[in-house]
Each structure stands twice: as structure tokens, then as C-alpha cells.
Design a binder for this molecule. Structure first.
Ligand code: PA5
Length: 441
């Protein structure tokens, strides 16, 4: 079976990439031996094999929820929702919401009152269940959504029935969500201490909502486990895709001043893979006033909005294109006798052939325009290759963070807004901050 492929041929040279070989070896060794920064958060490294013993329980829980619910609400923010959403959106039909069947919807990823009102409205009288995910168990956005939706579920289904329709995924002992789940007797899964939120998609955090959407979590883990081997310390640098990706993007950032990496796709279903990737790299690397800024575009859609800037604007961009070799479905472009639209030159071709030429044409144009172009090729869009892609990016992120000299596994900067918000909302315990911030208004 072919694996996903990474190539930097249109971005930089073998020699430039090889100049990072020793640093990458050190980073890999620090990851594997736990000798680097943030070494208490390395559980993700072996998660693909460690999680196997929980897959049957996760699948059985998903089966129960699917049996009892028409809509499953996944509550979580950041790493507690983006991985599941990325995989589900990549695999669901683009029009799943209009096609009926089981619906997976998300909450707790914002504090939009209209969003929550509309969600409550949608759930009125429906058979719904809740997966509430928060590692800390104290994050405001999901906690707020959970209280609202749990109240609604209990009113609609009754407290006893609601209990069977709620699953919590949180820390083993700490946090308000753990206390609540224990008190109410909800089914729970644990997020291990050594797995950070944005590295948790291959834990119950991602796997339960993915199984609830009807996708094969065993194949996802098979793919991830395969990449664990391919990207591991025993694979030589020159054949190790995660090592090469980390090295190539750091060549472009540290030596060529490319400060922004655009993750590009030519498949709209990959939009949320980019959102997940942005969180993974942004929250991991943006520290100490350093770090490549992760951004994303969906092509060809955004060629008609951001295309101009990418081609001609400031030259601080690099691109990483996710290319899917073989779409899951075939659409042949029809011949038309009158040819009024002048498109008969496409007749008999697959739509994907047009898309692929757009991809190639864009690559050539952007490279000519001074935007180095890296490429990740997925043989197909399925659970197995998404599992490979997830682990590839996680491993690349761990290595790349160490090449930058920062701790990729913490997120101290995220606390600043929370402190202000709590002070402004008069949360008990924030009296001094409240006084200070209000004096500034
Ligand atoms: O990667 C991270 O650690 C964060 O993005 C968290 O996932 C996010 O802040 C949500 O945290 P929690 O799961 O504790 O609610």
C-alpha cells in the first residue's frame, strides 16, 4: 500500500534541507527519549498503538449514541473539537446536512448567542445526545454550551434518559467536568495527562465523534500507526517525511525569511483539516516572538480572492499543498453539440483532470512568482490516509518546534484573554484583576 508522500522539490534544495539533518536527529531523539522541552506532554507520540485497547469501547459507545440519537452535539473548543471536525468534514458528503441521516453538530467552540439560540431551536423535540469534551474541564466556552444543552436535554428527555445520552471526555480526576460527570453518573473517557489538546485527535477526543459520524476509527488508527513507523527515529532522514517537512519549512523560515506558511487544498472538504493544522502549528510554535504564521486557503475558490496577493504581494509566503491523487467519485464532463460555452475542449475529461491542471498551473505560477511550494500527496481521501496525515503533521510539528528552540507543547499565551474576560465578568477570585481592568476602561 502506498503512503502519503512529501516533497520539497519546488521549495528548496537537498543541500539546504540536509543542513538541518543533525538538528532534526537531535529533535527526534529529544522526542523519543523525553529529553526536550515540554517532555511531560509526549503521550501523542505513541498514541496510535496505545489507544488500540480502547477502540472497542469507543466504537460501542458510538453505536449506542447512533442508535438513540438523530443528532449528536460535540461540545469542545480548540484541540477538543478541531481534529474530529477535520476528519468528519473530510469524509462526510458535502451536503450531509441536507441528506438526512445522523447529524453531527458542534458547540462550545464559540460564545455566539445567535449560534446557541439557533442550535437550541434545531434540537427542540429532536432525539439528540451530547459528547462534552474538555481536558481541563474548566474552559468557559464548552462549559457554557454544556450547561445550556444539558438543561435542554433533561427537559426534553427526562433526567434519567438524558444520563444515557451524555458522554464526557475529560481529565481522569481534575476539573469541573470530571466532578459533574462523576456526580451525574455519565459515561466518561479519559484524556491522559501527557496528551495535549491539539495532539489529542487520536484519543477518545477525536475518535468518539468520528465513530459517531459513522467512520472507521480502526482504519484511521492503522494509518496513524503506519506513519508512526515511517516518521520514527529509525527511518533515515532522507526518507522520513516528517523530518524533511520540519527541515524544509525551517530552511524557508530561518534562512529565506518566509514567515507565513499557507496550507493549500484543492478539495473543499479539506477546509477543516487546515483549521486543525493551523491550531496545531500556531499554538505549538507561536512563542517567544518566534514562529511561522500558519494560514490556509481553499483553491481554486480562494485563487479568486487571495490569489492576487499570493502571486504578487509581499514575498514572505511559502505554500504546502495537500493534493489528493484520486477522488472518491467520478464526474465526466459532457459534450455539447452547440458548444455555446466553448467548453467542448473539456468534453470526456474527468472534472478532477481540470482540477489537477489548475493545481499544476498554480504551482508553476506561484513558484515563478517567488512562493516556494511543498507538497503532500494523499493517494485517496479516506480514514487510513487521514490517519497518516494527522500523525505526519503532529510529528513534523514536534520536530519543527524543537528546531525553533521553543516548547511546542504548552500554550501560555492563551491565558491572557481568559484572565481579562473573567475579570470583566466579575468571576469570583478575580477581584483585583477586575478592579485593575475596569480602571482602564
Ligand atoms: O491545544 C490545546 O491545549 C488547546 O487548544 C485546548 O484544546 C483548548 O484550549 C481546549 O481546552 P480544554 O480541552 O481544556 O477545554
Amino acid at each position: 500500500m502506498k503512503d502519503i508522500q512529501f516533497s520539497y522539490a519546488k521549495a528548496t534544495t537537498d543541500a539546504a534541507v540536509a543542513s538541518y539533518k543533525a538538528q532534526v536527529a537531535q529533535a527526534q531523539s529529544d522526542l523519543v527519549n523525553g529529553t526536550g522541552l515540554g517532555n511531560d506532554f509526549l503521550g501523542w507520540l505513541t498514541l496510535p498503538s496505545d489507544i488500540r485497547c480502547q477502540l472497542d469501547d469507543i466504537q460501542a459507545t458510538a453505536n449506542l449514541l447512533r442508535e438513540k440519537c438523530d443528532i449528536i452535539v460535540c461540545i469542545g473548543i480548540g484541540g477538543s473539537y478541531l481534529g474530529a471536525k477535520a476528519v468528519n468534514e473530510a469524509l462526510l458528503s458535502s451536503f450531509a446536512q441536507l441528506e438526512g441521516g445522523k447529524q453531527i453538530v458542534y458547540a462550545g467552540q464559540n460564545i455566539g448567542e445567535d449560534y446557541l439560540y439557533e442550535l437550541q431551536n434545531l434540537l427542540k423535540g429532536k432525539r439528540f445526545g451530547i459528547i462534552s469534551i474538555s481536558k481541563s474541564g474548566t474552559t468557559t466556552e464548552p462549559a457554557l454550551a454544556f450547561r445550556l444543552l444539558k438543561t435542554q436535554l433533561e427537559q426534553q428527555a427526562g433526567k434519567a434518559a438524558a444520563k444515557e445520552l451524555i458522554v464526557c471526555i475529560t481529565d481522569a480526576k481534575r476539573g469541573a467536568l470530571r466532578t459533574l460527570a462523576t456526580q451525574e453518573g455519565y459515561k466518561t473517557f479519559v484524556i491522559e495527562d501527557n496528551v495535549g489538546g491539539r495532539f489529542s485527535v487520536l484519543s477518545p477526543v477525536g475518535l468518539l465523534p468520528i465513530a459517531c459520524a459513522g467512520f472507521d476509527i480502526y482504519k484511521l488508527i492503522d494509518g496513524a500507526e503506519r506513519m508512526m513507523e515511517v516518521c520514527g527515529i529509525n527511518t533515515p532522514f532522507e526518507q522520513n517525511p516528517a523530518a524533511l517537512y520540519a527541515a524544509a519549512r525551517n530552511v524557508l523560515y530561518q534562512k529565506e525569511g518566509k514567515k507565513i506558511e499557507l496550507l493549500v487544498n484543492f478539495h473543499p472538504k479539506l477546509h477543516y483539516v487546515s483549521e486543525w493544522w493551523k491550531q496545531l502549528y500556531g499554538e505549538s510554535e507561536g512563542k517567544e516572538h518566534k514562529g511561522i504564521f500558519p494560514a490556509s486557503v481553499d483553491f481554486t475558490t480562494d485563487l479568486h480572492s487571495m490569489g492576487q496577493y499570493i502571486q504578487d504581494g509581499e514575498r514572505h509566503l511559502m505554500e504546502t499543498v495537500i493534493s489528493v491523487a484520486k477522488p472518491n467519485h467520478e464526474v465526466i464532463f459532457p459534450h455539447d453539440e452547440q458548444n455555446l460555452d466553448g467548453l467542448n475542449f473539456l468534453a470526456g475529461k474527468r472534472v478532477d483532470e481540470v482540477n489537477k491542471m489548475a493545481e499544476l498551473g498554480t504551482q508553476i505560477a506561484h513558484v515563478d512568482g517567488g512562493v516556494p511550494n511543498m507538497k503532500i500527496e494523499l493517494p485517496e481521501l479516506n480514514e487510513y490516509y487521514l490517519g497518516e496525515l494527522i500523525y505526519f503533521f503532529e510529528r513534523g510539528c514536534g520536530i519543527s518546534g524543537y528546531l525553533l528552540g521553543i516548547n511546542p507543547f504548552n500554550q501560555p499565551g492563551v491565558e491572557a484573554y481568559k484572565k481579562n474576560m473573567f475579570a470583566l465578568l466579575d468571576k469570583p477570585g478575580y477581584e483585583a484583576e477586575s478592579k485593575a481592568i475596569k480602571a482602564r476602561l
